[in-house]
Write a new protein. Structure first.
Length: 68
């Protein structure tokens, strides 16, 4: 059994070392940069302006829970 585990570990190591390396910088260059303008908030009340902040707080909390 021990011999089988050593053989399997050697095989996994050999296969993982044989993989081709990926140039991540080249892949990132395939994406376009975009600018998202801020919306005009002149007609929104103070309570209405508070809502995006609350959504952001909720999203940050969900993100924190997800990564646990």
């Amino acid at each position: 059994m021990k011999r089988l585990l050593v053989l399997a570990a050697t095989f996994v190591l050999a296969v993982s070392c044989a993989r081709e390396r990926v140039d991540v910088g080249r892949l990132v260059d395939n994406y376009a940069q975009v600018t998202i303008p801020a919306p005009d908030l002149t007609g929104i009340t103070d309570n209405g302006k508070e809502v995006p902040r609350l959504y952001r707080m909720a999203a940050d909390e969900v993100d924190r829970i997800y990564w646990k």
